[in-house]
Write a protein that binds this ligand. Structure first.
Ligand SMILES: *Cc1c(COP(=O)(O)O)cnc(C)c1O
Length: 227
């Protein structure tokens, strides 16, 4: 077993506890997802042995391959955090327990149609930048998208997700996400999840109220080059 991995995981978890205490929050209400993209499936096995149960992947093919290899690990939850394509909805549904990246009605419809009767947990990805080309629904349209998702029988809207913009302090961006989460909750009162916070900004996300952190390199070490 990789002791450096265990050390990095423990140190991130200690920082999450500190950030929660500073914010007057109970650390137990925060789910730490380990983002393993570009790393081999064996890293997930190592993390599983360390007690990790929530894994994030951002590419459908990689999610599918790793899920096929490791899907039998009991209690492992797969979070799909990448751009979702409508023609891959079936594959995403087959592997993911939670999809964080619903950002338009068509992908919601495709995920719903690809269902086999089970209910899929989904989050609305919100675009916090002013670049409409970035993934995510613009905040002004989040409420309408929430209403659409709520009308689909096999999707359960759990909340919102976002990535902080690169060219801005994370705190004000996360404050906009928080406001958006409140609007979505007016449509779906139990959509209480807020997925935000990565290696560089998870303490700020905890301070804003994030319930799900998506942390990669601080735990896994540097990612191998993309293929
Ligand atoms: C890669 C990725 C993360 C984790 O990034 P780190 O900076 O390595 O913690 C979180 N969220 C999304 C959507 C990602 O693609």
């Amino acid at each position: 077993m990789d002791t450096a991995l265990a050390d990095r995981l423990a140190s991130v978890d200690a920082r999450i506890v500190d950030a929660a205490r500073d914010a007057g929050r109970d650390p137990a209400e925060i789910t730490r997802i380990v983002v393993t993209k570009f790393h081999p499936a064996s890293l997930i096995t190592d993390l599983y042995a360390l007690g990790v149960r929530d894994i994030g992947e951002n590419r459908q093919q990689e999610l599918t391959a790793k899920h096929r290899e490791l899907g039998a690990l009991e209690g492992l939850r797969w979070h799909f955090i990448g751009q979702a394509q409508t023609n891959k909805a079936r594959a995403v549904r087959a592997a993911a327990d939670v999809v964080h990246s619903v950002d338009r009605p068509r992908i919601a419809d495709a995920l719903d149609a690809a269902g086999d009767g089970a209910v899929l947990d989904v989050l609305l990805q919100v675009n916090l930048t002013d670049d409409p080309g970035r993934g995510g629904v613009v905040p002004a349209e989040a409420e309408a998208l929430a209403a659409h998702v709520a009308s689909l029988g096999t999707l359960r809207l759990r909340g919102v997700m976002a990535v902080a913009p690169l060219d801005e302090e994370p705190a004000p961006a996360f404050a906009r996400l928080r406001a958006c989460a409140d609007e979505v909750r007016r449509v779906v009162p139990d959509a209480t999840w807020i997925s935000a916070g990565m290696t560089g900004d998870f303490p700020e996300a905890v301070a804003m109220g994030a319930t799900h952190l998506r942390i990669g390199s601080a735990i896994t070490g540097p990612r191998p080059a993309r293929d």
